[in-house]
Design a protein around this ligand. Sequence first.
Ligand SMILES: N=CN[C@@H](CCC(=O)O)C(=O)O
Ligand SMILES: [Zn+2]
Length: 412
Amino acid sequence: MSILIKNIKQLVQVHKHNVTIVKGKDMKTLPILENAYLYIENDTIIEFGKMEDCDGFEPETIIDATGKLVLPSWCDSHTHLVFARNRANEFIDRINGLSYAEIASRGGGILNSAKHLQDASEQALYESSMKRLDELINMGTGAVEIKTGYGLTVESELKMLKVIRRLKRDSLALIKPTLLAAHAIPEDYKNKKEDYIKLIIDQLIPKAAKLNIANYIDVFCEVGYFHIEETEAILKAGQNYNLQPKIHVNQFNVIGGVALGVKYNARSVDHLEELDKSDIKALKGSDTMPVALPGCSYFLGIPYTPARDLIDAGLPLAIASDFNPGSAPSGNMNFIVSAACVKLKMTPEEAINAATINGAYAMGISNMYGSITRGKKANVFITKPLNHYSEIPYAFAHNPIEQVIINGQIWQ
Ligand SMILES: N=CN[C@@H](CCC(=O)O)C(=O)O
Ligand SMILES: [Zn+2]
């Protein structure tokens, strides 16, 4: 299969050399080629350039992109897209004044999702999750991290990992699985949290490792969930089985999760709605990607991650959807890019870098995804007619996408 996309108004995020992370001031630069072409063979980007140099190709398919833009697909590095039921009832409760914490303390929240997931069959979960994943692909996402964390028993956490494995095998999107058994304290362990942590460390992590079914280990490091020492014990156990940390930190409270993540060489530290100077200091010079989740701030009405403080300190930043039934029931990365501009005060260039190269970095895949570079995977989308890439975040909540090419295939 070979595809030539020609007459592209703007080919966005084009790099001759393979850039795998963009930090600080450099995030303001988004390289583009105007009046360009892109040539794809099988699943790989082979060539790109200016239209005047578009010569000698004999593609099976030609797409005329006159007046349209081409971007690398969004890389969504933080989702919980495997779940059994939505939690629209909690949405109403919050409108009527209950907080996320109050809903959780009444047995709602993550425990509510766990109850339903434990009762659901692997097949039913697979089918509903695949539908959600296809919806994300339609909206321009080409690579997705997916977490467990609604199982909360050995059996159900493994069931989630098996669902994610099937999605990974069957979908054209690139999937990265993360074990998040430490997402909440299950009802049965309410007064014996240490036993649940022991179960994760002694049983679940070794079993998941034996099945070779997860890349990352995650913990909801937060007051009322898992404190620093507990998080550290779980990260250490994961490290023994080559599971790199990608952790939930600083959503509601600053308790030292960022520095802990850096200490364990976390691939990313996610949320960061609350942030202090010591967190920025800890991140400086590390290989850990900070990740903002503006969809969660929007939906819960909590502060937005202070992106300017991070970027202006010379750090990189990724943005992700946090797609989940409780705090962010949308996986639309076009909206996330827009929210990053409007609410996090990121420029369109910064937001697009954060949702492509840096999102890919936060999944450990930026050598193959996140930019238009020769040899990288052919995951791109073609927009509807637009004059400039800044019109994507500008027209918030509109769908800018006309056509998706994923893994070198035209997505219908
Ligand atoms: N904060 C922890 N986990 C999810 C929410 C999960 C839920 O409410 O179901 C998050 O990233 O926002
Ligand atoms: Zn999350």
